[in-house]
Ligand binder design. Structure first.
Ligand SMILES: [Mn+2]
Length: 329
């Protein structure tokens, strides 16, 4: 049986995107700063899908390279003058402020493809599907919608699969649907090694392993099930850890008994704290929005200027945790 898209609600938008892609010779794809596998997977996976289908088009990928994710793809950046006559597509990015590679505004023609709750409207065409587990799932769904026309390649399939695995934390998070599994099965039919890819994605550097130990040892949880840890610059320096290495520990506290929601507060070189908020049910993105951030209901980012703002965020999370009743099994 050949799977076709199960997402019929967005058909008109997807068709409009396909027709727009057809019209342009030069296409530049952006994604958010500090990329994760889904940002890179959706960005580079879409680039490969377009190149596989239309070999004559020039397709660029913009943004800074993240060495930790070099096994996915390196950027193929455009020159400034390429924007003069180009279509810009931004994947996995809720607001303009977070777009990586700042030349994006040099084009007048934009498409946004994203699965975050609608925060900042931008783009001439905006395709937002908050039910999708990942933006990579949306790109794969786009392929399935027009599978007679679009050519999926092994490299595109590998990238999109990595994005889905990344954003679902290996199909564990609530965003994982039966459709996510069906799409992933379709991608797995291509001859890349998903085992090798999964192994790469699971690798942690020795300093990160030490940081995991530190987090588990020093993590505190209040009576309402809200946990937190503050990682100061001094702690990070002692462990030879940079802010981007802290990605690997964010989901760690979720498996501790009784934890409903938690925050990892990472002090930045300038002194303020980057806040990574996670939850198993209590909604936290509304809280994140009040502190210079945003994101998904159960996974958000914010910024706190000092420890008293961290206290305030934890207070609000505690209130949300008190109001929350866990789902029955
Ligand atoms: Mn994503």
């Amino acid at each position: 049986m050949t799977l076709i898209s199960m997402n019929t609600a967005d058909y008109d938008t997807k068709l409009e995107i396909l027709n727009t892609i057809k019209k342009w010779e030069t296409i530049i794809i952006h994604r958010h700063e500090r990329p994760d596998p889904d940002a890179l997977g959706s960005q580079c996976g879409l680039a490969e899908l377009i190149k596989g289908t239309y070999p004559d088009k020039k397709v660029y990928t913009a943004g800074f390279d993240n060495d930790n994710l070099a096994f996915l793809q390196k950027m193929d950046p455009p020159k400034k003058e390429d924007y003069a006559d180009a279509l810009v597509i931004v994947t996995d990015t809720a607001n303009v402020k977070r777009i990586d590679g700042k030349a994006y505004d040099l084009s007048e023609n934009w498409i946004k493809i994203d699965h975050h709750p609608l925060d900042d409207s931008y783009g001439d065409i905006e395709w937002v599907n908050t039910k999708a587990s990942s933006c990579s799932e949306m790109i794969a769904d786009f392929w399935l919608t027009f599978r007679d026309e679009l050519v999926m390649t092994t490299e595109a399939a590998r990238l999109l699969y990595a994005g889905i695995v990344g954003d679902t934390n290996r199909f564990l998070y609530s965003g994982t649907s039966s459709y996510t599994m069906q799409i992933s099965a379709e991608l797995m039919n291509f001859p890349f090694s998903h085992t090798a890819l999964n192994n790469k994605m699971n690798v942690i550097k020795p300093p990160v392993a030490k940081l995991m130990g530190y987090v588990l040892e020093n993590f505190s949880v209040n009576d309402q099930g809200v946990g937190h840890i503050i990682l100061t610059q001094e702690t990070l320096e002692n462990m030879d850890i940079g802010d981007k290495d802290t990605n690997g520990i964010v989901s760690l506290p979720g498996s501790i008994e009784g934890v409903k929601a938690w925050g990892i507060f990472v002090q930045q070189v300038e002194g303020h704290y980057r806040c990574r908020l996670r939850s198993k049910g209590p909604v936290i993105n509304e809280i994140a929005k009040q502190h210079d951030g945003g994101g998904h209901p159960l996974a958000s980012g914010a910024n706190a200027k000092d420890k008293s703002e961290i206290e305030q965020i934890l207070g609000q999370m505690t209130e949300a945790a008190e109001q929350w009743t866990p789902e029955a099994l």
